[in-house]
Design a protein. Structure first.
Length: 586
């Protein structure tokens, strides 16, 4: 974006106007005595771009608007902004098309779009969604005389979280530090994490409850599968035998053997569980002993602490490390105890269920045995029917146990899947938390900017400021550990000027970036030596010539030596004491 011209429009026949002031291709010097109206002229440039400016009452009464002509991608655009309390901007394109804007937000969006800048959605200081305005961005390229030199970045309204660093990231094309969309995604990710954690806790309980009622080890599954196959085979053989006493008797004998095997397996499982419970009890006893030992050590520590001759200073901290270690160990041991108690409870539940299963198995065995030895057992048909009945019941029970094991396997699979999903959500939360904090391009920008700040500090002959410059992630500057807030007077003015010149030089390195101007309502002359100001403005002018940029500044005592690419604006209207920049219309 190139600045072409500026003009004040009078309010009625008795209003004030200015001539059409043409900007230089390199520098534009606004040189005149104090009181001639330099500041309103400088302010009007930023005002036309959407910056919030409060003009003196007489200017508001005598001037109706400021007209700023800019050029973007070879096309000229006239911006007319009305003076007064209401926001009203009229934009007339080169093709004579007209657009009007009644809010700073809409105008800022349109101007950013014209400059091909993707406007990010940021987080406001009230934690709501907001967007950059021209007035939040221009303080990087415009320093006003009233308060522009009090800090590195001074905007009319600081309503964006970490506004300075966000505007720097915006103009340099970097991702926001606090993207509202990222914040929104982070909230959603944390909600998803809470939801999946609750599902995991529930699924963990489902798995624990099922595991307490069945044994899903490979041997048990294989045994059940063999039993199911054998029972089906026996039923098939029996169904093919209408009256075969031998087949029925053999089937009952096989069933009896299966029952005996199942009873032995159940008893073996019960013995293993009892052994596990005894082992858990032993471990709990050992942990209780460790806790008691820790408690004794802590008690001993308190006794030692009561002896003033060991350490007379009450804040000596001799036992702080041991206290922290004690607390950590105690917490760890108590967590272990809780796990052991839960395991013991599950084992007790499993023992009770196995006891019920054993009672049922022994009853079934007794029933099968009684049918083999009961009166009339020699009746082949009755014995055959009894065998089919018993085998069918056994098959049903076996398949039911196998089904429960399948449900447990499915529950475990769901639990493991949820754990994997939780890991993914945790990674997303971590990535969103780190977004915009450690990106490489931003770190490169800070390193390059540090070197340029030192360069401009030297150009300005800045004394009493160390050249060990630090710039943190919030874009706070420190000089040898000293913050900018701790620096005062003319030294602070030089530091602020150095920071802005460094930012401007670094920004201009990319020829596609649109804001190719720097506006300085230069500090009051008594606050800075004319020679140092001349050196600074001269170097800035050379930078603008190399980078196809513009420098606009006001001055009271220093008159810039203008050349072919430069312009000097002088007041042309007669005033009571000196010529003025604004005067009667006509």
């Amino acid at each position: 974006m190139k600045l072409i011209s500026l003009k004040f429009v009078p309010r009625g026949v008795n209003g004030w106007e200015s001539p059409t002031l043409l900007f230089g291709d390199r520098t534009t010097s606004i040189f005149a005595a104090n009181g001639s109206g330099k500041t309103p002229v400088v302010q009007a440039i930023a005002f036309g771009l959407g910056y919030s400016v409060t003009f003196r009452e007489d200017i508001n009464e005598k001037c109706s608007a400021a007209e700023l002509v800019i050029e973007e991608t070879g096309k000229r655009i006239m911006i007319r902004r009305d003076l007064g309390k209401e926001f009203h901007v009229t934009v007339i394109a080169e093709d004579k098309s007209v657009k009007e804007f009644y809010s700073e937000l809409d105008y800022s969006k349109a101007l950013f779009e014209t400059l091909r800048l993707n406007c990010p959605m940021l987080v406001s200081t009230s934690r709501e969604a907001t967007q950059p305005y021209i007035s939040t961005l221009l303080p990087l390229f415009y320093l006003n005389q009233d308060n522009g030199y009090t800090e590195a970045y001074r905007a009319p309204r600081p309503f964006i979280t970490d506004q300075f660093v966000e505007m720097v990231r915006f103009v340099f094309g970097l991702a926001p530090k606090h993207s509202f969309q990222i914040k929104k995604d982070l909230i959603a990710a944390k909600d998803a994490l809470d939801a999946i954690t609750k599902r995991i806790v529930y699924q963990q309980k489902v798995v624990a409850d099922l595991a307490a009622t069945t044994d899903d080890n490979i041997d048990t599954i294989a045994a059940l599968d063999r039993q199911t196959s054998e029972f089906k085979k026996q039923l098939t053989q029996l169904s093919e035998t209408i009256t075969s006493h031998g087949s029925a008797n053999s089937a009952l004998a096989d069933l009896l053997a299966t029952k005996d095997q199942a009873i032995r397996s159940t008893k073996r499982s019960m013995d293993e569980l009892r052994e596990r419970v005894r082992g858990i009890a032993g471990i709990r006893s050992e942990i209780d002993g460790e806790i008691q030992t820790l408690a004794l050590n802590e008690e001993s520590k308190r006794v030692f602490e009561s002896f003033s001759e060991i350490c007379r200073n009450p804040q000596c901290g001799m036992f702080i490390g041991s206290s922290e270690s004690y607390a950590k160990n105690l917490l760890y041991l108590k967590d272990q105890l809780k796990d052991l108690e839960r395991n013991s409870e599950r084992a007790d539940i499993r023992l009770g269920l196995l006891q019920e299963q054993l009672n049922l198995q022994e009853a079934e065995r007794k029933e099968v045995s009684s049918k083999m030895t009961a009166p009339g057992a020699n009746n082949g048909v009755d014995q055959l029917m009894s065998a089919i009945q018993e085998i069918t019941v056994a098959l049903f029970n076996t398949e039911q146990r196998r089904t429960v094991i399948g449900i447990l396997a499915t529950a475990k699979s769901t639990y493991f899947r949820l754990e994997g999903e939780r890991d993914q959500v945790l990674n997303r939360v971590a990535n969103l938390n780190n977004a915009g904090r450690t990106d490489l391009d931003f770190n490169k920008l800070r390193i390059a900017l540090r070197e340029l700040v030192v360069k401009w500090l030297d150009i300005l002959e800045t004394r009493n400021v160390k050249r060990d410059v630090e710039i943190d992630l919030e874009f706070r500057f420190k000089f040898g550990g000293e913050s900018l807030e701790a620096i005062a007077g003319s030294t602070k003015i030089r530091v602020v000027l150095a920071i802005h010149a460094a930012l401007f030089e670094l920004y201009l390195e990319d020829v596609t970036r649109p804001f190719r101007f720097m506006i300085l309502d230069t500090p009051k002359q008594h606050e800075m030596h004319t020679g140092d100001l001349a050196e600074y403005l001269g170097k800035l002018s050379e930078l603008c010539e190399r980078s196809n940029a513009q420098l606009i500044f006001s001055s009271t005592e220093y008159r810039f030596p203008t050349q072919t690419l430069d312009a000097e604006w002088a007041p042309t209207y007669p005033g009571p004491k000196q010529p003025m920049y604004l005067g009667p219309a006509g």
